[in-house]
Write a protein that binds this ligand. Structure first.
Ligand code: HEM
Length: 358
């Protein structure tokens, strides 16, 4: 139960950062491209400043993607070891390749950010970084879906034991990837509303961020809802029935839909009112956290029910609790959160340096 709770919490945080990265990269890339293509436009400065604002922060987002990816990886290995280790080994070459793709992606983001801050035409670097991040996401999706398919493991291993082949076609994999990628846009919309509350930008930039963030959130939330329906349709009928019958999945799904509606309304409001205060940012951040938590719980139920249908019951693990270690872990976890909170508070109080391009 403890592992499950921590797994879901840390994974939800990882998903938020992944969405910020995937969406933020493409939005910043587009704003940089649009800005340099139409430098004579009155709005060019706004676009380039907004692109630089996102790009600069993506270097920090990446550290969170990685650091918030490690805890759920450890918990997932404890909870689903037999399935996850097997699938990881079967696609070993791709799985290991993540490390190198990640380093290349990170390097490109730094290049992109440095150029964007100078107002240069660096959209191609942003695009390349996004392609690499998208490829990493694809590898994660491939592994997380392969771990649910024990029926193909034997054949894959018999074909080659080198970890160099990809699994046979899985109808759920592409919609799943598309779901994460499309989610990145509305999450970035919320992020832009958050940035609009920062005094480091001039008022027109803040209004631009709020209005466009709001629009992006509304439109892409609708797109993601369609993709979510496709993810569900791709599941076998038995799993869909099990999901409908499972109380936790039902409540999580309902909470997720409810919050998504609120986020849509919030985005609409931001698009019209163009708020440039901190309160709007906090409202968006809270809705985002609750929405992604609901989605993560639902996704978790989908995995558990799929594995259960194949004879793997995650709740049937033999647990021998080492209370000393658990208490030490929780104490360090809370202390770590405290230190992170203190660091953020110091950062918030720091003197602001105006951010402007051109
Ligand atoms: C650019 C970097 C990354 C991207 C784009 C990314 C993307 C994703 C995506 C799309 C998923 C969901 C897969 C699915 O549900 O089918 C995922 C899951 C996951 N990611 Fe990341 N990820 C990145 C880096 C990392 C790193 C560096 C780690 C760990 C060190 C990590 C750990 C995890 C774990 C453990 C899961 C799934 C856990 C579970 O299902 O229980 N990720 N990631």
């Amino acid at each position: 139960m403890l592992f499950k709770g921590l797994h879901i919490l840390t994974l939800a945080l990882h998903f938020i950062t992944v969405e910020l990265l995937l969406g933020g990269l493409l939005v910043a890339t587009w704003l940089n491209l649009y800005g340099v293509m139409r430098r004579q436009d009155a709005a060019a400065e706004l676009r380039l400043t907004a692109a630089a604002a996102l790009a600069k922060r993506l270097t920090v987002v990446m550290t969170y993607v990685i650091n918030l990816g490690v805890p759920p990886l450890l918990f997932a290995q404890v909870l689903y070891g037999r399935a996850l280790y097997t699938s990881s080994v079967l696609i070993g070459v791709y799985w290991i390749a993540v490390i190198f793709l990640l380093m290349a992606c990170y390097w490109l983001i730094y290049q992109f950010a440095a150029g964007a801050e100078k107002g240069k035409a660096v959209w191609w670097q942003g695009l390349l970084a996004w392609l690499l991040a998208g490829a990493i996401a694809k590898i994660y999706v491939t592994n997380m879906t392969l771990m649910l398919r024990p029926e193909v493991w034997g054949q894959m291993y018999a074909t080659t034991a080198h970890g160099s082949q990809l699994p046979p076609h899985d109808p759920t994999a592409f919609p799943r990837w598309l779901f994460m990628v499309s989610g990145g846009f509305w999450v970035s919309g919320i992020w832009m509303i958050w940035l609009a509350g920062r005094r480091v930008f001039e008022d027109p930039v803040r209004r631009y961020l709020a209005a466009n963030g709001g629009r992006l959130a509304v439109v892409m939330l609708i797109v993601q809802a369609f993709v979510a329906a496709r993810v569900l349709q791709a599941q076998p009928q038995g799993i869909r029935d099990a999901l409908a019958a499972d109380p936790l999945a039902r409540y999580a799904g309902l909470a997720w839909i409810g919050v998504a509606v609120l986020i849509g309304l919030f985005g609409l409001w931001a698009a019209v009112k163009q708020p440039i205060n901190r309160a709007a940012g906090w409202i968006g951040a809270t809705l985002l956290l609750v929405g992604i938590l609901g989605m993560t719980v639902y996704r978790d139920a989908l995995r558990d029910l799929t594995l259960l249908s194949k004879g793997y019951d995650v709740w049937q693990r033999v647990v021998v609790t080492n209370w000393g270690v658990v208490i030490l872990f929780l104490a360090l976890f809370v202390a770590g959160l405290g230190v992170a909170g203190w660091l953020i508070s110091v950062m918030m109080k720091a003197k602001t340096i105006p951010e402007k391009v051109m």
